[in-house]
Design a protein around this ligand. Sequence first.
Ligand code: SAM
Length: 226
Amino acid sequence: MIKFFAKGANFLLGKALQNKHTFIAGSLEYLHRKRAIDTNYFDYIRLSTLELISYEINKNNLKGNAAELGVYKGKFARYINKYFPDRSLYLFDTFEGFDNRDIASEKEQNFSAGSQDFSNTSVESVLQQMPFPEKCIPVKGFFPESAKKITDTFVFVSLDADLYEPIYSGLQFFYPKLAKGGHIFIHDFNNDNYKGARKAVEDFCAEQRIGFVPIPDFGGSAIITK
Ligand SMILES: C[S@@+](CC[C@H](N)C(=O)[O-])C[C@H]1O[C@@H](n2cnc3c(N)ncnc32)[C@H](O)[C@@H]1O
């Protein structure tokens, strides 16, 4: 009887939340291994997907490092660092917000206004967020110029730079360096406020004749694998 009422309450609450783009759904009910998911992070699907992917990469002992392009305050990067504790984590950002060259191109193509301000951060404050700061390699500056000397192999990359130019050049830079079995997350693929993110993925994947998987996380990420 209690179970019946609980199910009913869940159903009604679920219906009410749907109007707020929030869904109650079961997740991995039949998986028995313990998973460390920080429920304080605002995007369960994004974080949970990262955890599942890191599990496969680490279980299969893939060789390579991790990276994020578009770190800002390090809110997502700290979990990349947590789930890949034995790998170097490259942190690419101007740490001063969008670059005017990218904004100009963004406006010209009507993708977005590029007006969000991401300048209130610093390398030092980001490193303080990290569980394993000794594994982090901050690369401050305009990407892709900032990455010229880097020749590593990567197993996981998060592209969260919002605008067409850095996302497209991020795909050009990282995809050839991606290990077999590696993954690239591209944030904002299904975010209509940043239309360049989708276009960058579509252009790159069409040119390379490769596929991608859209996922229903908060920002509408897409994932490319090799
Ligand atoms: C949406 S924020 C990143 C959010 C972050 N991943 C998080 O989890 O909170 C976008 C970041 O991309 C950076 N960015 C955009 N274009 C860039 C470029 N060409 N070179 C370096 N950083 C860039 C901006 O400085 C900004 O910090």
